[in-house]
Write a protein that binds this ligand. Structure first.
Ligand code: NAP
Length: 259
């Protein structure tokens, strides 16, 4: 399917690896020029070069911490007028409700709620003035069904979801859609680190932790960044203009809900 977005310009944050990279690659495959960001300059440059070579689109890279005000300013400055925004940042560490202090919550809220909100506030006026825009926030399955050990993530991402629910309806009259993608477990470095933590806690190997987790998923496997990116690109496509304020689970059926 031609997604109808060839020649559009997208900003994808936290995109040198994993799900952010999957989204960037899928947009590039549809002919979208990119501004991509991550903290580590080397991995970012390598990803940008691979995407340019594979898809022939323009890729601008900005090495910066997207959760800092200075980092966001640098990224937004390089991005300029974008048609598509995909927000992403690293997830908070696992832990226990009894251990988290105010500063832990502030860090999680900054990264996974206030950063995507600030990015949306920056690009929305231009998208609305041009009467076309697509925003996708990468959140988590934890928004639909809490993961107790990721309480910091549950809290921050649910706050973002509430903001999007209201705002998406306010900007839709101007041709801009905002939706959230909710990953269940996907095969990325983040998943390997979560499996490592589970393995240490249970005294088993990381492979065993992964096998046990996969066995709980109806699809019996982890998702891939390419599958995730394809869903993201569709939400950013010309065909998705009537999809407003939705939360799409990509979890292989892991969340046991009817709706
Ligand atoms: P990942 O494989 O660890 O990749 C994270 C990417 O984000 C890297 O490119 C990393 O590069 C960049 N990044 C991290 N912190 C950043 C920051 N402060 N500023 C700019 N770039 C930053 O992670 P992932 O699995 O793709 O996860 C992406 C998001 O989805 C996370 O919030 C995660 O919690 C959430 N999620 C993932 C899963 C899963 O199964 N993978 C499930 C549910 C939710 P640098 O380190 O060089 O900055």
């Amino acid at each position: 399917m031609d997604l109808g977005i060839r020649g559009r310009r997208a900003l994808v944050t936290a995109a040198s690896k994993g799900l952010g990279r999957g989204c960037a690659e899928a947009l590039a495959a549809s002919g979208v020029d990119l501004v991509i960001n991550a903290r580590g300059a080397d991995a970012l440059a390598a990803t940008a070069a691979e995407i340019r070579a594979a898809h022939g689109v323009d890729v601008t890279e900005v090495a910066a911490d997207i959760t800092s005000e200075a980092g966001r300013a640098a990224v937004l400055d390089a991005a300029g007028a974008v048609d598509i925004l995909v927000t992403n940042a690293g997830g908070p560490p696992p832990g226990h409700w009894s251990e988290w202090a105010r500063e832990d919550f502030i860090r999680a809220l900054d990264a996974n709620m206030l950063t995507p909100i600030a990015l949306m506030q920056a690009v929305l006026p231009g998208m609305m003035a041009r009467r076309w825009g697509r925003i996708v926030n990468i959140t988590s399955q934890a928004v639909k069904a809490p993961i107790a050990s990721l309480g910091l993530s549950n809290a921050a991402r649910t706050g973002l979801t509430g903001f999007v629910a209201g705002t998406a309806r306010q900007v839709a009259p101007d041709g801009v859609t905002i939706n959230n993608l909710l990953p269940g477990i996907h095969d990325t470095e983040r998943a390997a680190s979560l499996d490592g933590a589970a393995a240490r806690a249970e005294g088993i190997s990381p492979d065993e932790a992964r096998a046990r987790r996969a066995a709980t998923i109806p699809a019996r496997r982890y998702g891939t960044a390419a599958e995730f990116g394809a869903a993201c690109a569709f939400l950013c496509s010309a065909h998705a203009g009537f999809i407003v304020g939705q939360n799409l689970l990509l979890d292989g059926g892991a969340t046991n809900t009817t709706l």
